[in-house]
Design a protein around this ligand. Structure first.
Ligand code: GLN
Length: 425
């Protein structure tokens, strides 16, 4: 396959007529598909075939959609470029020679390349919005609890949500309509309280921004690339022309968001990935009479460097004596970030920022620099810490490279995001 968009190309036909009949959907390879290999971009799960469908997959089938393949991703969702995949990197169809973003890079690339009408990704700290921005497509990270995670292989379960990619806001909203809503198999899901204002998310894509108030958190513009900031203000200008107003707001806590996110995400990952030991799940390194060695060998052989780094750091952060110093501090910072967003959203309908502070990197450029990659998540991770919904829409280019514009909304008010963003894409 061109550009290494899919890890597995296999068609799963829908069950009949529905809102997505005749539409093709690419599904990130950490979402379980019954009878179709689900690798999470890892050697550990190279041969894993789930015995059941994720709830979102079942809902896709019921909607009449045709699933066309399982997309490439950073291993277990850990990355910002799709380069940590065991199956090799994916090229960016909108900017060849550059990364498609991550971790849902294959899903964004599938839509950007026209290989699928729609796609599903997952967003733990930006993994839908980053690749949407880098590939010049639309991506939605739903409010925590709007979409079932049943059948999603967990990375950071208190942070992540499954969400849609599409070429337009309206199409992304159509896919959200299909996957959203409570699921008895995921107790964290609930009825969207803001949802009764509109019959469907797709109907909210009116492009009407008359009287919309936009808060611009100054902290999320600091340190961003000049061309990205220019494209951002152009998009704000376009919304103003349509009747929206903006004012600056401050989110002082976001200065700590990247640190807090990585402590929490790595801690959860160290626990979630404990099941991959070659016995319960995953690649087996063989057994020669010593279980400790057998487990260690399976994990040594099955996991890549970034996954190992995170399991080690997460285990350390949770270890006796250090728990209060790292994990508890990170939880305190998470509460502070939530409060800051609540305050800013009490005086604005939505908040706006560049999705990524930088344009897409060249393939290979950042492979050896994990810290710089973590810092590129500065504008996306605060939203996951606060459990809020966000959307990334294309906002032009800088030096020929796509720029993404992010809107963040109040919990379960996806409709406001969709209404506002549809004025742009
Ligand atoms: N880049 C972030 C990370 O590596 C986000 C990943 C994600 O959202 N899955 O953790």
């Amino acid at each position: 396959m061109s550009d290494n968009i899919y890890i597995t190309e296999e068609t799963i036909e829908g069950d009949g007529e529905g809102p997505l009949s005749g539409r093709t959907v690419a599904v990130k390879d950490n979402i379980s598909t019954e009878g179709v290999r689900t690798t999470c971009g890892s050697k550990m799960l190279e041969e894993y075939v789930p015995p059941y469908d994720a709830t979102v997959v079942r809902r896709l089938e019921e909607s009449g959609a045709t699933i066309v393949g399982k997309t490439n991703m950073d291993e277990f969702g850990m990355g910002t470029t799709t380069e940590t995949s065991y199956f090799g990197p994916t090229d960016n169809p909108a900017a060849p020679g550059h990364v498609p973003g991550g971790s849902s890079g294959g899903s964004a690339a599938a839509v950007a390349a026209g290989e699928a009408d729609l796609a599903l990704g997952t967003d733990t700290g930006g993994s839908i919005r980053c690749p949407a921005a880098f590939c010049g497509v639309v991506g939605i990270k739903p409010t925590y609890g709007l979409v079932s995670r049943y059948g999603l292989v967990a990375y950071g379960n208190s942070l992540e949500q499954i969400g849609p990619f599409a070429n337009s806001v309206e199409e992304a909203a159509q896919l959200l309509d299909v996957i959203a809503g409570p699921d008895e198999r995921d107790a964290t899901t609930r009825e969207a309280s803001g949802r009764d204002e509109v019959d469907s998310y797709a109907d909210a894509a009116t492009g009407d921004v008359d009287d919309l108030t936009i808060g611009v958190p100054t902290e999320l513009l600091e340190g961003a690339d000049e061309g990205v900031v220019e494209a951002f203000w152009d998009a704000i200008g376009a919304l103003e022309d349509e009747g929206a107003d903006y004012h600056e707001v401050s989110l002082p806590s976001v200065e700590h968001a990247v640190e807090a996110y990585y402590v929490i995400a790595m801690s959860e990952a160290s626990s979630n990935l404990a099941r991959f030991d070659g016995v319960r799940y995953g690649h087996s390194g063989g057994y020669d009479g010593n279980w400790n060695e057998a487990f260690a060998r399976a994990r040594e052989e099955g996991f890549g460097d970034e996954v190992k780094r995170r399991i080690l750091l997460g285990t350390y952060a949770l270890s006796a004596g250090y728990h209060d110093k790292y994990y508890k501090k990170a939880q305190d910072a998470r509460a502070w970030v939530k409060r800051d967003f609540d305050e800013a959203l009490s005086e604005a309908d939505v908040l706006a920022s560049p999705t990524m502070p930088v344009p897409p990197f060249e393939l290979g450029e950042r492979l050896d620099d994990p810290l710089q990659l973590y810092l590129a998540d500065a504008n996306t991770v605060p939203v996951n810490l606060a459990d809020l919904p966000a959307i990334s829409v294309p906002a032009g280019e800088t030096d020929g490279l796509p720029v993404g514009f992010q809107l963040v909304g109040s919990a379960f008010d996806e409709a406001a995001l969709i209404r506002a963003a549809s004025a742009l894409a």
